[in-house]
Each structure stands twice: as C-alpha cells, then as structure tokens.
Ligand binder design. Sequence first.
Ligand code: F6R
Length: 365
Amino acid sequence: EKGPYPHFMLKEIHEQPGVAARVLGSWTARGDGTVTCDAAGLGWARVPRLTIAACGTACLAGQVGKIWLERIARLPVEIEIASEFRYREPPLPEGGVTLVISQSGETADTLAALRYAKEAGQRTLGLVNVPTSTIAREVDVALATHAGPEIGVASTKAFTAQLLCLLGFTVMVARQRGTLDEADERRWIGALSSVPRLIAETLAAEPAIAAAAAGALAPASDAIFVGRGLMYPLALEGALKLKEITYIHAEGHAAGELKHGPIALVDATVPVVALAPSDGLFDKLDSNIREIMARDGRVLLLTDAAGAARLGEAAWRTIVLPDCEPFLQPFVQAVAIQLLAYHCALARGTDIDQPRNLAKSVTVE
Ligand code: F6R
C-alpha cells in the first residue's frame, strides 16, 4: 500500500532511513562494536580478487562497492555488467570469490554470471533483496539486502540498501585484511550509524530539489550528469533514473572524460547535473564545471555548504545537501538524484511507477 504517497517510488524513497537502520541492525547484530555477516568465514585475507557481476542499478551499486573495497580494504575488485561478463568468458583467479548483486534475485544475465563463476570454481556470494529467489538459493552465501518489497520499477531503496551492505562488507573485509584495526572498526560503525540520519537530512532538501526539477530539468530534452570518484557511478545512476522515468535523454560521465568528447554536447539547452560534494576531488571537478560554464552550459550543482560557498554563485542552480565524510557521500547523493528524477517525472506527467518498456524483473536476456 502506498499510504499517504501518490506513488510507490516516493514511498520507497522515504522509507530509506528505516531501511538503513534495518541493514545496520543486521550488520552490527553482535552489539560488540564489530561488523559481522555470513560471508566472514570465506577467509578474506587470502582472497586474491573479488569479481562482481550485476545489471543496471545493482551494477552501479557494485561500482561504488569496488571503490570502497579497493580504498578501504585494499582488495582488488573486478566488476562488469553481467550480460557482458558471461559471454566474455573471463579467466577467474584460483581462490577467488564472485559476488552477484540483484534486487529481484531473478535477473537472467546475473543468474547466468553466477552459474559461470561456480563452474569456474569460484566461491560465490549474493547480495539479494528477495530471500526466496533463484539467485539467493544458488549462491554459496546469500546476504540479505533488507530493503523490503520494492514495487516501483525504478530501484531506489534497494540501491541504498545494497550500498550500505557493501560498506558494512568492506569494513568486515578490511578487518580481516588488516587495513583497519579494532579502533578503526569502532569508528566506522559510528560512521555507518549516521547513515539513517544523513538520509533523513537529505530528504529534508526535497522542496528545493523539487523546485529545481520542475523549473530547470523537466523542460529539457537532454541532460548530462557528471561526477568523479565515488560520484562517477552515482552520476551514471542519476542519468539512468532520470531517463527511466522521465524519458529525458540523459548521459552520465566521469567529469574528467568530458573534454574527450561529451563536452561537444554542452550548450544552454542541455542542463549538466554536477554531483559535487566538497571532497578531495572538488578542485578537479571545479575546473570541469567552469569549462562547462564557459561553453554556456547550465550547471545544476548538488553539493554541500562548503561547495555552495565556492561554486554556488557561478552555478545555474545550487542544491545544498548535508555535509558528511567523503566515504558516505553516495548515500546523500543517491537520495538527491532519486528525488530529482521523481519530481521531474511528476512535472512531466509520466507513469512513474510503471515506466514504458520496463519490467521490474528481467528474466530474459
Ligand atoms: C533501475 C533498475 C534496473 C535494475 C536491473 C537489475 O532502476 O531497476 O536497472 O537494477 O534490472 O535488476 P535486479 O537488481 O533485480 O537484478
């Protein structure tokens, strides 16, 4: 039931603080200042590489997870969309682990990637939202996403739940690989515990996001999303969400790649959404954004107070989101781009919960 919400998508966006609290409850269930999950027994200190395969939004969650796992746990990670992975027939390392990520647990290509990895002798992990699904049954270890049933075709709460599970997983792996010590782990649990509040604070920016969506983005027929580092997969997710439910042509790009081609598209009719938290990459993004503006590009800045102080005047529209430490930025920006797409679709009058041509579960190739 939708309760007071006009669409399942909006209801599911607003459920995210509660979902995050549920995920945390499961990852810190021991209550002793440590992170735990059923994948802890795989001996992560000796795993040479993690391979991730998934589709769509689940794959973008995996791309964020790759960055966390490499940076925090120093674990090499390969990630690929499942439909390419399976036909590429890649060699997989001895002692390796393959992780598949799927909300439905029934996506044909992801299931085939899992079966390929098993045949290649990999141990397998699944991050799955539907616990009774085929993928949950076929993996060696199934990790529950705890998002609850997701009805809106465009994935929202399942994505943030996948992200939070991947960050909890990263902390567990990092402890085993010795890149975090006990005190670090306690600090990380403190940081993870702030995620429900951070998401709630981002939801409080909904009126500003709705105004920018309706006034600035909804009239456009093309849009570009840019970001660096953790914000690169989030830019891809922002573009995916927008095109799915508004039918606006949207592209996501790594900000540093713009000048290698996509900047040719920029003019006053193509809004550029910049995912721009004031992190260590802000200076680089700042110069990319100024290049866009110099070509009459109209930049919609998703940033924090410090970022707004630096770039807000030059930007076309600025939305100020909560401050948080850089590794947690994906949670803030994920919710912001979901609200942006939702309110844009609302202004355009499209069928938000049942976008044309899309199905919730893709069981054919
Ligand atoms: C985007 C979306 C899709 C799914 C993809 C994978 O909003 O929902 O891109 O993420 O079809 O589906 P699952 O996670 O069920 O394997």
